[in-house]
Write a protein that binds this ligand. Structure first.
Ligand code: ADP
Ligand code: MG
Length: 285
């Protein structure tokens, strides 16, 4: 078992500063992930998913807000502390398997190389690279001795996961680990992720694939740089933002286009009605 790490984001803001102008990629993310939970981050392209993942990984520093991963306060942490956290506690699998792999090393050597970054006192307790490869279903047929190019795309993606898991992290972050894979390869990656979740590791996966979302148990949809919706066990919920705003789902937005006036009417049974104003109602001009 690996002790999973919890994640807390409060009003998390990230601004890319280009010369002359700023791009607000995250505009106040509130998100709690419990230790051992697995979450799929969904949302349209450009909504801020990869930026959020990079912040959780300590690869980017928050512009404002609070962010903790396990015991680590990522707002206060120095560069050296962030580096130590990445080496010992957080596994990152960047989008595109190849970006995580050294092409001239075998599968086993890639995992071993990733373990070299782990602090010496922790390194002794790490699993043998072949054991990590077994977790992601990459054993047999001499695949541990193959270089990445000789593996199939699905195998390569699972090797990238193995590299992310090499240091036995409490938090695994993976950006689009199933994109560009056929169904069978995708299912194999999902099986590998299931094994990681069962081991108690907290998992956060960015994905476009609703099936991957269902598999993770909890989905968090990022819209315009904040959490717009959540899904739990197949139910979808809008999330009330800290400023009181709610992102309406698309089908409701068609009924209540932007600019619509709505009465917000709390009911005795605890539900709340949204009642659009009709233009011809007395008193409404
Ligand atoms: P997603 O992963 O959901 O597609 P990103 O986190 O990549 O979204 O991007 C969020 C926003 O930040 C987008 O508007 C994108 O154009 C911008 N962005 C992402 N990376 C950079 C960067 N390196 N420099 C400037 N802007 C960026
Ligand atoms: Mg992205």
């Amino acid at each position: 078992m690996t002790a999973g790490l919890s994640v807390v984001c409060r009003g998390l803001v990230y601004i890319y500063r280009l010369d002359g102008y700023d791009i607000v990629a995250l505009s106040g993310v509130d998100l709690d992930i419990s230790a051992g939970e697995s979450v799929a981050l969904l949302g349209p392209s450009g909504s801020g998913k990869s930026t959020l993942l990079a912040l959780l990984a300590g690869l980017l520093a928050p512009s404002a807000g609070r962010l903790t991963v396990g015991e680590h306060d990522l707002v206060r942490a120095t560069a050296a502390e962030l580096q130590a956290m990445r080496a010992a506690d957080v596994g990152v699998v960047l989008q595109g398997a190849g970006r995580n792999l050294l092409p001239y090393l075998t599968a086993e050597q890639n995992v071993r190389f990733a373990q070299r970054g782990v602090p010496a006192e922790r390194r002794r307790s790490l699993p043998d690279p072949r054991e990590v490869l077994t977790t992601v279903g990459l054993t047999g047929r001499g695949r541990n001795r193959q270089r990445p190019q000789r593996l199939s795309p699905g195998e390569r993606q699972r090797l990238a996961l193995a590299v992310g898991l090499a240091g036995r992290p409490g938090l695994l972050l993976a950006d689009e680990p199933t994109s560009q894979l056929d169904t069978r390869a995708r299912d194999e990656v999902l099986l590998a992720l299931d094994a990681v979740r069962r081991a108690g590791t907290t998992v956060v996966v960015v994905t476009h694939d609703p099936d991957v979302g269902r598999r993770m148990g909890r989905t968090v949809t990022i819209r315009d740089g904040r959490v717009g919706a959540e899904g739990r066990r197949g139910e979808d919920y809008a999330v009330v933002g800290r400023d009181g705003t709610v992102h309406l789902p698309q089908d409701v937005l068609r009924m209540l286009p932007p600019g619509t006036l709505v009465g917000v009417e709390p009911q005795p049974d605890g539900t709340v009605l949204l009642v659009p104003a009709r233009a011809n109602v007395e008193g409404v001009q």
